[in-house]
Design a protein around this ligand. Structure first.
Ligand SMILES: Cc1cc2nc3c(=O)[nH]c(=O)nc-3n(C[C@H](O)[C@H](O)[C@H](O)COP(=O)(O)OP(=O)(O)OC[C@H]3O[C@@H](n4cnc5c(N)ncnc54)[C@H](O)[C@@H]3O)c2cc1C
Length: 458
């Protein structure tokens, strides 16, 4: 019996399991196990729409057990990986003891977490946009801000409450800014004392362009559309601190000035103003990702925290281990083509890793990873998008439709596809829901002694 263990139920881990299942499904000599913290796969590209309530929360998650048929699944948080002892330990819970799982082959697909670049007060005080919980918390926060501001008599506090700052001009930041801006303008009718001009969504990006990686023309289109819809876009500025009340900014350029195009005085006329800080109670941090601590502190060789792999996606010191998705990177010495950490690449990694695992088990020849970039698309609110595929650039409503169809086709289960499509359709006819649900608190992990899976005693 050969035991294959896959860690992580995200884009890379689930795709890898499905491929392995198709290769080894009826082979009783192979046991495949998947471990993941959540029992569902999260469709991250639609998180901003959950935050804005366009899509119902559960519709962008698909339970893993409905996708895999013959694979053993553990819902659990991984504590450590021991590549010398070929075992993985899981944290226990109040009800279950910890568990030690042994493997012959391992696939590490543990994704990434938000990178705060060491800024502790930003981490403590900001909202994020990488898990389903983040989207629920942010949605509740935005509704709460409107509720508070509606009856607030202190004009300074009221202004700060209605300033929402989003940091990071990538996919997540731009889409979140567009969605929140649309949500606030759609629900403003319920808050009679708040006018559209009172609310300001600000997007801050450290480089000189948003949506880096898109053709310049499309990135410019996106920026102009955001500004046209009343969103402040500040480029070339890094956030250095956020204490929950004030966002401090530092210029990334030589001029040392953070410039804001302010159109709040007269509609249609903007002027450049120099700023160093923004008074705001809500900051959403989407400015980059980094591997989880377990990966960074593992016994694998890493580069910027990511596990170094060869062209076959194998960890060279432990040839029975593969690392895929956001948590891995090619050894720089190999001069492989660099790719951004995206779902597209995570799934492409998974296919090659599963194939190479099959060859490793069966004694065949492994395949080197190669990928031709298909293109990318993003939405920027109010049924507008940008898309660049095979050298063709599209913007506006057509790009938005393309985004919708493409991403809808990527959702794994047909019932969730239908539910998302229904949410979008209903959104055309009905008003937004402003009910605020109670905050969901996550318990911090506790330490339990783990039980060896081959053993039966403590
Ligand atoms: C808001 C947002 C929008 C995005 N939009 C796009 C887009 O439009 N297009 C695109 O291509 N990409 C997009 N991405 C990026 C994409 O989501 C990632 O590149 C992709 O998820 C990486 O896949 P992965 O399998 O490596 O990691 P993940 O999908 O993050 O999966 C990691 C898995 O590991 C599990 N895990 C982590 N730690 C532990 C632990 N200790 N124990 C047990 N399990 C654990 C997690 O629960 C998760 O299931 C977006 C990301 C975000 C946040």
């Amino acid at each position: 019996m050969k035991r294959i263990l896959v860690l992580g139920g995200g884009f890379a881990g689930v795709e890898c399991c499905l491929k392995l299942e198709s290769y080894f499904g009826i082979n009783s000599e192979i046991e495949i196990t998947l471990v993941s913290e959540d029992n569902f796969i999260l469709f991250t590209p639609m998180l901003p729409q959950v935050a804005s309530g366009t899509i119902e929360t559960r519709h962008i998650v698909t339970p893993i057990r409905t996708l895999i048929k013959k694979i053993k699944f553990y819902e659990g948080k991984i504590k450590y990986v021991d590549p010398h002892g070929k075992s993985v330990a899981l944290y226990g819970t109040n009800e279950n003891r910890g568990m030690l799982i042994h493997y012959d082959f391992l696939v590490v697909a543990l994704g990434s977490k938000t990178n705060f670049f060491g800024m502790k007060n930003v981490e403590e005080n900001s909202y994020q946009m990488s898990t389903i919980n983040d989207a629920i918390l942010l949605r509740n926060r935005i509704i709460d801000l409107l509720e508070q501001a509606e009856n607030e008599t202190d004009p300074i506090l009221r202004k700060a409450l209605l300033r929402i700052v989003i940091v990071g001009g990538g996919f997540a930041g731009v889409e979140t800014a567009g969605e929140l801006n649309d949500f606030i303008s759609d629900v403003s009718e319920y808050y009679p004392s708040i006018s559209e001009n009172d609310v300001k969504v600000t997007l801050i990006e450290a480089t000189t362009e948003i949506l880096n990686g898109f053709p310049q023309k499309l990135a410019n289109f996106a920026k102009e559309k955001l500004v046209e819809r009343g969103i402040n876009v500040i480029l070339d500025a890094g956030v250095t601190s956020f204490d929950g009340k004030e966002v401090l900014l530092k210029s990334s350029s030589k001029s040392n000035k953070v410039l804001l195009s302010d159109s709040s005085q007269q509609k249609g006329h903007s002027r450049l103003v120099e700023i160093n800080s923004i008074s705001s109670r809500t900051l959403v941090w989407t400015a980059g990702v980094t591997p989880i601590d377990l990966v960074k502190e593992s016994l694998f060789r890493t580069h910027k925290g990511r596990i170094l792999v060869n062209e076959y996606l194998q960890v060279p010191q432990f040839p029975e281990v593969f690392a895929i998705g956001d948590c891995s990177t090619f050894d720089p010495a190999l001069s492989m083509k660099p790719f951004p950490p995206t779902a597209q690449i995570a799934e492409a990694h998974a296919k090659i890793a599963a194939n190479n695992l099959k060859e490793l088990v069966c004694g065949g020849k492994m395949t080197k990873f190669d990928y031709s970039w298909k293109g990318q698309s993003a939405i920027i609110g109010k049924r507008t998008g940008i898309a660049s595929f095979f050298g063709i650039n599209i913007s506006g409503f057509l790009a938005y439709l393309l985004w919708r169809n493409l991403y809808l086709s990527k959702i794994r289960s047909s019932d969730k596809k239908f539910r998302v499509w229904l949410d979008w359709t209903l959104d055309l006819f009905f008003k937004r829901d402003i009910s605020r649900l109670k905050i969901i608190k996550k318990d911090p992990p506790r330490d339990y002694k783990e039980l060896d899976e081959v053993d039966d005693v403590w």
